[in-house]
Design a binder for this molecule. Structure first.
Ligand code: ARG
Ligand code: ZN
Length: 862
């Protein structure tokens, strides 16, 4: 394997400070593919130009390629040599034509990077460094070229031939073969190259842009999936209109195609004019996709579409700038989704996601800044920090500038850097210039890792109150000492007696280690609402009492702050319970009752607000995570909530029984609240709970309700559990995306024997490591099930390590992504920590380890 790495070899580290302009530019490239799953010929012509005055040769990156033939200016070349995997060609002049020819075998490509086969089709994934697995090229994002692509293939097996840009010509050949030619008029880096060949059909649509141009849209899938593409197509049209309206960005080619593939390492890819998607983010119908799936499809379609400007028209100078396109594009897709339904519920979901994935990353051994300083394998840096914290950084700048100046700043950015490869610094400078402000200190968000912690203490002295704020940025690997950050905090005071706001919402910028604010002329005791809307991605500690939090959960006029107050009340209660063995549940019960019976609230919000924090999030609050104690404390509170409010849960359940499926914000909210209520009814131990869950499961006319019934049963011990699992399996056998849900529901089960069950499932005939979705649905889900993964025997650790060692042989990228849960050993007792470490050591020592895994596992041991 080309990137095989043994622990004794020192891996190459790439450093941001070493950036140099490319030695050679490649203004044009022509690619000629003779496609065949077993042996594909790639003939490439590069028009290269020396960049500046130097005498360095042309170095072309390669990964596992053998040059069959190299020509310079039309003549067979002899002076070239290989330097490891790369091709080096000495050149005398300042401009030359280089031709190379290689042969690759897509059907043997299990890494799913470069050109590979999936369910009978051929497709590509090039970001970040997959293009070098297809042809020799300076495979870095600051080399921008105009692409001409010719594809030739068997017409029966591959009737559809797609590439970037616009279709130019096509024709038939002898021997049942045919060809197609595509030209992309826009300059692009190699990571945005794509081709697809397959037996596909399209759901076609069109979109007229703001300047009146018609764009032909196509969502390409295999014929049986065609009926599941309407939602994605509708989301694409909404995204195109939204980007025009909100950012003034118009689409620029005559066609926009999306292809769904079953084997894909992550969500989707924004290749110019030819997005390639994991099929789970395209295919949906009510019978197979949940509301969550529908929302995720719209969000990912929007995300990839928005990259056409934030990523493609303006790309990244080097991979350290990855958040320039990803953070900004996540912020854009979050804003888009917020505009489609409830902005408050969307913000709650995004913050929950940030806390579940980014906060743990930022406090563990793999913590890194939004703009990292070094990497061994760039694939390991497609992280929650780059994406989600990166989005929060953009959001804070938008908050500080305000909407008009922020829009002026993004206009300036797109205008100034169109057609170029830019940096995070370029982006911030546009914010400064259009915003008319100095963001010098704010830039620390790009350079310092770690989640800032703020303590906010409100003290009343008669008619005035003093708010003392302190910030602390914890040390992270390689960054022992931190400077204070700029933290935009939205805050407001409420009268604790009347419930009335005592001031307008204020935006304050906490810039010092400590700052004080004084509020005068207060007529009653104030209650503090702070970091409203989660204006800064931080952890906040306040001296608010259970009474204050309950009050805010009922009266705050920012829905996010209401949710947050409830979460804090629940967390305080649960942490007390874990630490002391018990806690007073009454304040939580009262607050939940209040929210549940407040008819002014929408059901989607209520469903989010009454959910208890997850086991892992409770664990994240504690110096030492005790998985069993946390599980028991949470179950006890769930049971008390279930019992004390049984009547309310039943009323909410019945009030949410819709009879016909509809995909609308209110119908989604009703389904959500229904299953949350069902969970509490089951937690109460009510005698009819299992039948209720089974009934919901079997009568459902949509996957959301069916999955809700199933997961409720899967957490329990009823005989109906097996029946439901079996029925679900039979009904959806052959539908990979739904079988993923079947595996996942069992891997996430709260049952005591989950570790054992998951081991058994890994031998199931439908389990395979070669499909990333399937691998993640069992291994990935299991390793975030805190109670099951951290089973005191260590069997969870051993199982996951075994699977990852096996997966690494096939697909290093996907394997390395699943390392982080093992790296959290510092937070556990000595017994568990030792077992986790020894599995990491076993991984590092395993023969032929990829550099992807080497980097993740070895850093996790530090
Ligand atoms: N750029 C893609 C996106 O829209 C993801 C590419 C991920 N690449 C990787 N090597 N992990 O987010
Ligand atoms: Zn992206």
């Amino acid at each position: 394997m080309a990137d095989a790495q043994t622990a004794t070899q020192a891996p190459n580290v790439t450093r941001r400070e070493d950036y140099r302009e490319p030695d050679w530019r490649v203004p044009e490239i022509a690619l000629d593919f003779d496609l065949d799953p077993a042996a594909t010929r790639v003939r490439t012509t590069l028009w290269v130009e020396r960049n500046g005055t130097h005498d360095r040769p042309l170095r072309l990156d390669g990964d596992g390629l053998t040059a069959l033939n190299v020509k310079v200016d039309g003549a067979e070349a002899t002076g070239w040599h290989m330097d490891g995997p790369n091709l080096v060609v000495p050149l005398a002049g300042s401009a030359h034509t280089i031709e190379t020819e290689v042969e690759i075998a897509p059907e043997r490509n299990t890494q799913l990077q470069g050109l590979y086969a999936s369910s009978g089709m051929l497709c590509t994934q090039c970001e970040a460094e997959g293009f070098r697995r297809i042809t020799f090229f300076p495979d870095r994002p600051d080399v921008l070229s105009r692409y001409k692509v010719k594809l030739t293939a068997d017409k029966t097996r591959f009737p559809v031939l797609l590439a970037n840009g616009d279709p130019i010509a096509q024709g038939d050949l002898e021997g049942g073969r045919h060809w197609a030619e595509w030209h992309d008029p826009f300059l692009k880096p190699s990571y945005l190259f794509a081709l697809v060949a397959g037996d596909l059909v399209a759901n076609r649509g069109s979109f007229t842009t703001m300047s009146g141009r018609d764009v032909q849209l196509g969502i390409w899938v295999r014929a049986p999936d065609l009926a599941k593409t309407d939602h994605a197509l509708a989301a694409l049209k909404l995204s195109m209109a939204w980007d025009e309206k909100v950012y003034g960005r118009e689409y620029d080619l005559d066609v926009f195609n999306i292809v769904a593939v079953d084997d894909f390492n992550f969500g989707a890819m924004e290749n110019k004019g030819l997005n390639v998607f994991n099929s789970r983010y395209i295919l949906a119908d009510p019978d197979t996709a949940t509301d969550y799936d529908y929302d995720a499809i719209a969000a990912v379609v929007a995300h990839e579409y928005f990259h056409n400007w934030s990523g493609n028209r303006v790309t990244c100078r080097d991979w350290f700038q990855l958040s320039l396109k990803e953070g900004f594009t996540v912020f854009r897709d979050q804003s888009f989704s917020a505009d489609q339904g409830s902005a408050a519920v969307k913000r709650i979901e995004d913050v929950r996601g940030l806390r579940a994935s980014q906060f743990p990353e930022d406090s563990g051994p793999l913590a890194h800044p939004v703009r990292p300083d070094e990497y061994i394998e760039i694939s390991n840096f497609y992280t929650a920090t780059i994406y989600n914290k990166g989005a929060e950084v953009i959001r804070m700048m938008a908050t500080i500038l305000g909407p008009d100046k922020f829009r002026a700043a993004t206009d300036l950015y797109f205008d100034r850097f169109d057609g170029t490869a830019a940096t995070c610094e370029d982006f911030v400078q546009c914010m400064e210039q259009a915003g008319g402000m100095d963001l010098t200190q704010f830039r620390r968000w790009y350079s310092q890792a770690g989640t800032p912690r703020v303590s906010a203490t409100l003290a009343q002295e008669g008619g005035r109150a003093r708010l003392s704020l302190r910030q602390l940025v914890p040390p992270t690997p390689g960054q022992p000492v931190k400077e204070p950050m700029v933290l935009p905090l939205k805050l407001k005071l409420f009268g604790g007696f009347t419930g009335r706001p005592m001031c307008d919402e204020q935006l304050i910028l906490l810039k010092e280690d400590a700052q004080e604010l004084v509020f005068e002329n207060l007529s009653e005791t104030p209650v503090l609402s702070i970091n409203r809307g989660f204006s800064a991605p931080i952890v906040i500690e306040t001296n608010r009492t259970a009474k204050d939090l309950a009050f805010l959960s009922a009266h705050d006029d920012d829905p996010f702050a209401r949710y947050e107050a409830m979460q804090q009340l629940m967390l305080d209660t649960l942490v007390t319970s874990v630490t002391n063995g018990s806690a007073d549940h009454q304040p939580v019960i009262d607050a939940v009752r209040n929210t549940l019976t407040d008819s002014a609230l929408d059901r989607a919000f209520v469903a989010e607000a009454v959910l208890l924090p997850s086991d892992s999030f409770i664990g994240d609050q504690m110096a030492l995570v005790e998985p069993e104690a946390i599980f028991r404390a949470r179950e006890a509170l769930r049971q008390d909530l279930g019992t004390a409010l049984e009547g309310e849960w039943r009323a909410a359940y019945e009030g949410s029984l819709a009879n016909r499926f509809e995909y609308s914000p209110s119908a989604k909210g009703a389904r959500r609240l229904k299953t949350v209520s069902l969970g509490y009814i089951a937690a109460s131990g009510a005698a009819d709970a299992d039948e209720l869950a089974f009934e919901q499961f079997s009568r459902a006319d949509n996957m959301t309700d069916r999955q809700g019934g199933l997961t409720t049963l899967v957490n329990g011990a009823s005989p109906l559990r097996e029946e439901a699992l079996e029925e679900f399996y039979k009904r959806y056998q052959g539908n990979g995306l739904v079988l993923d849900k079947w595996f996942q529901a069992q891997a996430l089960s709260a049952r005591e024997d989950t570790a054992e069950m998951v081991e058994r499932l890994s031998a199931h005939r439908d389990f395979t490591l070669s499909n990333p979705n399937r691998a993640r649905s069992l291994i990935g889900a299991f390793s975030v099930n805190q109670r099951a993964f951290h089973h005191v025997s260590g069997r969870g650790y051993r199982f996951v390590a075994d699977q990852l060692i096996a997966l690494d042989k096939l697909n290093p990228q996907t394997a390395a992504k699943l390392i982080p849960p093992l790296g959290r050993w510092k937070r556990f007792d000595a017994g568990r920590a030792a077992k986790m470490r020894s599995e990491l050591e076993r991984i590092v020592a395993s023969p032929g380890l990829s550099k992807d895994m080497f980097e993740q596992a070895s850093k996790s041991l530090d």
